[in-house]
Design a protein around this ligand. Structure first.
Ligand code: SF4
Ligand code: SF4
Length: 355
């Protein structure tokens, strides 16, 4: 595909794929770690830059290998992928048989999807994704839908939820405001105004609530308490096509200045193993919200937990101030969502006149 806002540049540079030897070693390492810890399952996930199933042979080989390892060590493996769902029938047959879950990008009804997420040849993608979602629904497959919200579709968030509810059986919808980068400059597409995003999200979530479907935004997480925003704080083990080990799914290239924070290891071809920099890992593990003084008195402290480090690092020091629209959005939307839960809308009050 060639989505108009993507941080990966489809077709502009030749793609770089992970080496099988490195992928295999990563799966072996994670499985061995799971066995050592005595946990019930381990997870193997596939994520961009770009579409992670592009090298279909490598992707399927990794999944099949992880299942083989899982049988050998007697620990369940969960395989998941974040994908555009542009697959042919044969690929769909394989997915239904082999994966546990998927997060699928779909930005809305056909006009929105086809504008924001065209195929690489410029043709529409909606019908292909629609057909594949129907197959997932028929099979009762576990998937979520993820929509990127831009200044183009922000006023249509309720309509997008209704469209998904009318057409698909997913129980999880995720809206994320566009993070301005990559081709956004060329296509002149912008992030939504954060107040507009909040207003429209809070309308859309009422519709999702009524249908018992979970509508999520990463900065609004009232379902639990946490001291870290995500696994980028030292628990993700992600390997890039260049053999670098990163804790952040979005920071995958050495040229990205944020790699200085998130890269904490490298595949060593000569030794045939990953070299891990423990000091960098310790630094990532220090990003608990208790250590971020800016968040000390924030209402959303134990939900937002200092926010997505990659986004903070894009325009500020990760250790310092979060004084951004995204931080304001997270605070305000958390407050208003709590009010939605606990403050009942006023009944039609009869005004009685007293003297
Ligand atoms: S830091 Fe942000 S972009 Fe990176 S993995 Fe976490 S949520 Fe994703
Ligand atoms: S101050 Fe901002 S970044 Fe920190 S927890 Fe609150 S909303 Fe999140």
């Amino acid at each position: 595909m060639r989505c108009i806002y993507c941080y990966a540049s489809a077709g502009e540079n030749s793609p770089k794929f992970l080496q099988w030897e490195v992928a295999k070693a990563a799966i072996d390492l994670v499985a061995a770690n799971a066995k050592k810890l005595g946990v019930k399952h381990f997870s193997v996930g596939f994520h961009g830059g770009g579409e992670p199933t592009l090298d279909w042979r490598l992707f399927t080989r990794c999944v099949e290998y992880s299942k083989k390892v899982s049988e050998e060590i007697g620990i369940k493996v969960l395989n998941s992928v974040a994908s555009n769902a542009v697959f042919n029938n044969k690929q769909m047959d394989w997915i239904l048989k082999n994966l546990n879950s998927m997060s699928i990008s779909l930005d809305g009804p056909s006009d929105v999807q086809n504008y924001q997420r065209p195929l690489v040849n410029g043709k529409p993608s909606y019908d292909i994704v629609f057909k594949n979602l129907k197959r997932l629904d028929e099979a009762g497959f576990n998937y979520g839908l993820r929509s990127t919200i831009t200044d183009y579709n922000v006023r249509r968030m309720s309509e997008i939820v209704e469209h998904f509810l009318d057409n698909f059986k997913t129980k999880q919808i995720h809206f994320e405001p566009l993070f301005f980068c990559g081709r956004c400059h060329t296509f002149k597409i912008n992030a939504p105004n954060y107040r507009m995003f909040m207003r429209e999200f809070l309308k859309a979530i009422v519709i999702a609530d009524q249908h018992k479907v979970r509508l999520a935004y990463s900065g609004l997480r009232l379902g639990g308490l946490t001291s870290t925003f995500c696994g980028a704080c030292g628990s993700n083990f992600s390997v890039t096509p260049f053999g670098d080990v990163t804790s952040c799914f979005e920071v995958t290239e050495k040229e990205d200045p944020r790699s200085a924070i998130f890269f904490y290891g490298k595949w060593q071809d000569a030794k045939k193993e990953f070299d891990i920099q423990e000091d960098k890992l310790d630094y990532l593990r220090s990003f608990h919200v208790q250590n971020i003084s800016y968040c000390r008195d924030c209402l959303a402290k134990w939900h937002c937990a200092g926010d997505c480090l990659a986004k903070v690092a894009a325009d500020a020091d990760v250790e310092g101030e979060r004084d951004s629209n995204r931080c304001r959005l997270n605070q305000e939307i958390t407050k208003r969502r709590i009010m939605q839960f606990f403050v009942k809308p006023p009944k039609d009050e009869k005004v009685t006149k007293t003297n």
